[in-house]
Design a protein around this ligand. Structure first.
Ligand SMILES: C[S@@+](CC[C@H](N)C(=O)[O-])C[C@H]1O[C@@H](n2cnc3c(N)ncnc32)[C@H](O)[C@@H]1O
Length: 329
C-alpha cells in the first residue's frame, strides 16, 4: 500500500512538489528535525575515524600544501556538522586554533563523539598528541571530551550572518565540505569569508552540486528545471539548496583570489572521480549517454541554467582551492 502510494507520488511532478513542500511545513512546525550534518550517528566507530581522516587527508592533498605548512595557522571550518574531529587533526598538525561555524546544531551523539576524539588521539604520534594535550580531557574508558578554547564551535551562526563576531583578516585557512551548496546566499557567504581571511590566507571548499535526492526519479538534473519560486518553497529552510553551478564558484574564486583551482569531483550521478580532475575527458569521465542526458534536459532547464555548456551541466561536484597572493610576492 505505502509502496504503491510512493510510486504514484514519484511518478507525478506535481505530487512530488507537494510532497517536498509538506516536508518543509513539517520542519517549520517542529514535526520533523534538521538532520543535515548528523553524519556520525549513522557510522560505527571505525567508519567515523575513516571519514574524519579521509576528510582531513583530502584537504591536505588538494590544497597542494604539505601538512607541515599548517603550523601556526588559524583555521575556520564552515558547517562541520556533528563532530569536530577534522579540527582536532588540524591542531595535531600544528594549527594554533580551529573555530567551527554552523548554521544549525546538528543532532549529535556526545558519547560517540568522545569515543571518536579518544580514538583519533590514540592514532597520533607523540608529537601530535602533545600538540592537542590542552584540547582534550579523558572522561573514562576510551573517551575524551573537548576542553579549552583552541578547538571551538559556534553553532546557530550562518556564515552569511557572521558579521563582526569574527575579526576581519583573522583567519588563515577556511575549509568546508558539503556545505556551500546549502548556504542560502553563496555570494554573501563568499564575501564574509573573504573579509575574515588574512591577506596571505587560503580557502579549501568541497561542494556537492548533485540533486540531494530532489526529483532524481525523473533525471539527475531534473531539479534544475524547477522554477525558482517553487524550488524555494520545496527546499527551504531545510535543507536549503542554492543550485549554484560550477561557473558561479569559479567566478567567485577568480574575483576574490589571485590564484584558484577548481577540481572536478563528480559527473551527474556517477561515482566520485578519484583523483579529482582539472578537466573532464570524454571516454574516461563521461560518455555519449551522459551527453544525451544533458542535451535532452537542456530545453526544459529553468532560465538561469540555460546558458550553461554541456560540460558545466555535467559537473556535479567540485573542490575549490583559493589562494591570496603571499605578502611580499
Ligand atoms: C551536509 S552537512 C555537512 C557536514 C560535514 N561538513 C560533513 O562533511 O559531514 C552541511 C552542514 O552545513 C551546515 N550549514 C548549512 N548552511 C549553513 C550556513 N549558511 N552557514 C554555516 N553552516 C551551514 C549544516 O548545518 C550542516 O552541518
Amino acid at each position: 500500500m505505502i509502496s504503491s502510494l510512493k510510486r504514484i507520488v514519484d511518478g507525478s511532478r506535481a505530487l512530488t512538489h507537494l510532497n517536498y513542500y509538506k516536508g518543509q511545513l513539517a520542519y517549520q512546525f517542529g514535526l520533523h528535525r534538521h538532520l543535515s550534518g548528523a553524519t556520525h550517528g549513522r557510522f560505527d566507530l571505525n567508519e567515523s575515524l575513516a571519514y574524519v581522516r579521509g576528510v582531513f587527508d583530502d584537504y591536505v592533498r588538494y590544497s597542494g600544501e604539505p601538512s607541515s605548512s599548517l603550523a601556526g595557522k588559524r583555521v575556520m571550518e564552515i558547517g562541520p556538522g556533528d563532530n569536530l574531529g577534522v579540527g582536532l587533526l588540524f591542531l595535531a598538525h600544528g594549527a594554533t586554533s580551529y573555530l567551527a561555524v554552523d548554521r544549525f546544531s546538528p543532532q549529535a551523539d556526545p558519547e560517540r563523539n568522545e569515543q571518536i576524539y579518544a580514538a583519533l588521539l590514540d592514532g597520533m604520534t607523540d608529537e601530535q598528541r602533545s600538540r592537542v594535550a590542552d584540547c582534550l580531557e579523558p572522561v573514562g574508558q576510551g573517551r575524551a571530551r573537548i576542553t579549552g578554547s583552541r578547538l571551538a564551535a559556534q553553532y546557530g551562526s550562518a556564515i552569511e550572518d557572521l558579521g563582526r563576531s569574527v575579526a576581519s583578516e583573522s583567519v588563515d585557512v577556511i575549509i568546508s565540505r558539503a556545505v556551500l551548496e546549502h548556504v542560502y546566499d553563496p555570494v554573501r557567504a563568499w564575501q564574509v569569508m573573504a573579509s575574515v581571511l588574512h591577506p596571505d590566507g587560503q580557502m579549501w571548499h568541497k561542494v556537492d552540486l548533485r540533486h540531494h535526492g530532489f526529483y532524481d526519479q525523473f533525471h539527475p538534473l531534473e531539479f534544475l528545471t524547477v522554477p525558482t519560486r517553487i524550488w524555494d518553497r520545496v527546499t527551504q529552510p531545510d535543507p536549503t539548496l542554492n543550485r549554484r553551478r560550477v561557473d558561479c564558484f569559479d567566478q567567485l574564486a577568480k574575483q576574490a583570489f589571485q590564484e584558484s583551482e577548481v577540481y572536478l569531483t563528480h559527473v551527474l550521478d556517477h561515482e566520485e572521480m578519484v583523483p579529482h580532475r582539472k578537466q573532464l575527458e570524454f571516454g574516461r569521465d563521461y560518455d555519449d549517454e551522459d551527453l544525451q542526458l544533458v542535451r535532452a534536459i537542456h530545453p526544459r532547464l529553468a532560465p538561469e541554467f540555460r546558458d550553461l555548456s554541456d560540460e558545466q551541466l555535467l559537473v556535479t561536484g567540485i573542490f575549490v582551492i583559493c589562494r591570496r597572493k603571499r605578502s611580499g610576492s
